[in-house]
Design a protein around this ligand. Structure first.
Ligand SMILES: [Zn+2]
Length: 442
């Protein structure tokens, strides 16, 4: 039976092409689809009505690059330079990783993402069946891929490339179309060329997208030039890696020629500003990308690096970091930042019907409660959303017309159990005894 939902008397930031903003208007939803915006159709019978007075509706956030289960490393690797952060902490902790850790870490991330307005995430990690289970149960959307290295089966975590293909076969078409699947070699600096070539061929053969880390530092670029005679971007293009849809996370050090390749090949660049600032990595100038119409999307990255999965924080920091770094207050206007965090990510992740509030679009909507001191006055809803709103101001999250969150309550996940299980699994993985911590805090 189709479920009809009506959001009444809300302000609406549609993010349509014209940038339409409606005040005190309605959104009618039938099943998974928005059927009317402005006035509800005559005779529309709602099964559930959301009172949107003093609320702002926005397309839900698409977190375009993350490692959701890394919530268990939140606060575990602090104040370290990137190579030591990765080699001495992250990869050491992950050497004890179990599939159950992944399940509870991803479930914790799902609670956090829904509470802060995300409707979807682009995840690459290990034991991804367990992440897919969380997606299925939570009602979120996701594009999932198993991270592989191609350095020998003893170096893989849970699956090699063949195992990844089996994972893809197990989950294709599951969760009512909310799960999409892609391929992910970790990066061109870790993976050998034959793996990258094979991934490119498999992606083309099976119509899959790819997702990986690219050009995170000058050192990686210099090594690529020394080993392959090409920048990481040019090297990947030479391996036919960009023949199909690709999300390249970071791209912090790219040449003008690289930008030409990314634009021509329609590669999406996922930008994660808090990770860059926290790990003191020089950021990129996003105007170089947007000037060439490269699709830039925003992600949280893993909480081991930026410490949370809160997209409103990433949106604000995207705008502020660019303004500050480029000494240009006009860099990344608010409307641009919101589009990066919604429709640009949706397009990159294969959910092209999402990211706009308009008839015929997917009903993936986040409502913010604006009845708060820091959101008053409402001169400019976009400015308030980008620079004043917090993840905790989110009041409702709707995915495919289904409410996942309402006024502080997660409707699909057992948050109390998830908090307990996630913390005990996190402690076990890094070798901390739960009772030692309890002794300290009591
Ligand atoms: Zn990453």
């Amino acid at each position: 039976m189709t479920n009809n939902l009506l959001i009444k008397n809300s302000d609406i930031v549609t993010l349509d092409e014209q940038g339409t903003i409606l005040r005190n208007a309605n959104i009618a939803i039938e099943g998974k689809t928005i059927t009317a915006v402005g006035d509800a159709p005559p005779g529309f019978q709602a099964d559930e009505v959301i009172d949107g007075y003093n609320h702002v509706a926005l397309p839900g956030f698409f977190n375009a690059h993350c490692h959701a289960p890394m919530t268990f490393e939140r606060g575990w690797a602090e104040d370290l330079p990137f190579p030591r952060w990765l080699n001495e902490k992250i990869w050491v902790a992950e050497s004890a990783l179990t599939p159950d850790d992944v399940y509870w870490g991803a479930a914790l991330a799902a609670c956090e993402m829904i509470r802060s307005g995300s409707v979807a995430f682009n995840d690459h990690y290990f034991y991804m069946d367990r992440v897919a289970e969380v997606v299925e149960a939570s009602g979120m959307k996701a594009t999932l891929t198993w991270c592989v290295f191609g350095l020998g089966d003893d170096k893989e975590v849970g699956a090699n490339l063949n195992g990844t293909l089996a994972f893809i076969d197990r989950w294709r078409g599951k969760a009512d179309g909310r799960i999409r699947l892609s391929l992910d070699p970790h990066s061109p600096y870790v993976c050998p060329p034959d793996l990258l070539r094979r991934v490119a061929a498999l992606a083309a053969e099976r119509g899959l997208s790819v997702h990986l880390h690219v050009a995170e530092s000058q050192e990686q670029v210099d090594r690529s030039l020394a080993e392959h005679g090409k920048t990481p971007v040019a090297y990947l293009e030479s391996l036919s890696f960009f023949d199909g849809p690709c999300v390249a996370a970071h791209c912090l050090r790219v040449t003008d020629d690289d930008l030409g390749i990314l634009a021509r090949r329609k590669v999406t660049v996922a930008h994660t500003p808090i990770t860059y600032m926290k790990l003191a990595m020089p950021a990129n100038d996003l105007s170089r990308f947007t000037a060439r119409s490269i699709n830039v999307a925003i992600g949280t990255d893993g909480p081991g690096s930026n410490s949370d999965m809160d997209m409103p924080a990433q949106i604000r920091q995207t705008a502020i970091l660019q303004k500050y770094d480029q000494r240009n207050p006009e860099a990344v206007p608010g409307d641009t930042a919101l589009r990066m965090a919604t429709q640009n990510g949706a397009r990159a992740m294969g959910f092209a019907a999402s990211g706009v509030i308009a008839p015929g679009r997917a009903a993936d909507i986040t409502l913010f409660d604006f009845d708060k001191p820091h959101l008053c006055p409402r001169h400019n809803l976009i400015a308030n959303l980008v620079h004043s709103a917090k993840g905790s101001d989110v009041s409702h999250v709707i995915v495919d017309g289904k409410l996942l969150y309402r006024d502080g309550e997660l409707l699909t996940l057992d948050e109390d159990k998830i908090l307990r299980e996630a913390e005990s699994h996190a402690f076990r993985m890094v070798g901390t005894e739960m009772r030692q911590v309890r002794k300290y805090t009591s």
